[in-house]
Write a protein that binds this ligand. Structure first.
Ligand code: CA
Ligand code: CA
Length: 146
């Protein structure tokens, strides 16, 4: 597997985008997925970099979350903005990571991402419940790198 396009079909991409829509009905938090081929740095560092590149700090409550995957490097990371980190502990994303890891190990990337997204939505709900006047502050589309 070398190209990002081989990682997910268009139909699978749409399922993932739909999962983000569902997750964001639980929370005011905003979830984005970025997929690229490889990373030369630790996944969490690259996730933070992509987070900034995508201007994901542009949320009112600073509660954006990026799920980052480097396909060929077989690495992934979850990074949440400071609004989240001010409220939760460092192990906050562990259950989300676990949900993804098992599927990834079995080569089921689509389901890993969907489960991770839905889990992240549930996790965020406690601290950032959905508001009636919710805006979709960050696009639900998958961000694809090289
Ligand atoms: Ca929203
Ligand atoms: Ca969104």
């Amino acid at each position: 597997m070398s190209k990002v396009e081989e990682f997910l079909t268009k139909a699978e991409e749409q399922e993932i985008v739909a999962a983000i829509g569902i997750a964001e009905k639980n929370t005011s938090g905003e979830i984005r997925v970025h997929i690229e081929k490889e990373t030369s740095v630790v996944a969490i560092d690259r996730a933070m970099e992509v987070f900034r590149t995508l201007n994901m700090e542009n949320t009112q409550e600073r509660n954006g979350v990026i799920i980052y995957v480097a396909v060929k490097s077989k690495q992934f990371a979850i990074y949440g903005d400071k609004g989240i980190n001010e409220k939760v502990g460092v192990d906050f994303w562990n259950s989300t990571k676990d949900a993804m890891q098992n599927h990834f190990q079995n080569g089921n990337f689509k389901q890993g991402l969907i489960d991770g997204i839905l889990k992240a939505g549930e996790q965020l709900k406690t601290h950032f419940p959905y508001q009636d006047n919710d805006k979709d502050e960050l696009s639900n589309e998958i961000s694809l790198g090289e």
